[in-house]
Design a protein around this ligand. Structure first.
Ligand code: FES
Length: 104
């Protein structure tokens, strides 16, 4: 399956496996802007991504604990998720996410 990361004006489509988190896919493919400093513990916020609009229903909303952290990020929006908390399923094949921290 594929995941596309939109990074500034560029995009990178990479191969992924169901069960991986979007964060794990990003790290495995050296996606800039996803530091994932806590290793997927949902406590650092450095894996922030924004789910592209057409995928938001399929991905679903953040859990309350996740939203508490996202709320603290300066560029938080309703499309925001922690990449470490988005687990890939076959239904998410072709997922597109934006990496806002790469825009800085
Ligand atoms: S890796 Fe730290 S919050 Fe996702």
């Amino acid at each position: 399956m594929k995941v596309t990361f939109q990074i500034q004006d560029d995009s990178k489509t990479v191969t992924a496996l169901p069960g991986q988190s979007v964060m794990e896919v990003a790290l495995a493919n050296n996606i800039s802007g996803i530091a994932a400093e806590c290793g997927g513990g949902a406590i650092c916020g450095t894996c922030h991504v924004k789910i592209c609009e057409k995928w938001q229903d399929a991905v679903g909303p953040a859990e309350d604990f996740e939203e508490d952290l996202l709320d603290c990020l300066p560029d938080f929006s309703s499309a925001s998720r922690l990449a470490c908390q988005v687990l890939l399923t076959f239904e998410l094949d072709g997922l597109e996410v934006n990496v806002p921290q790469a825009e800085q």
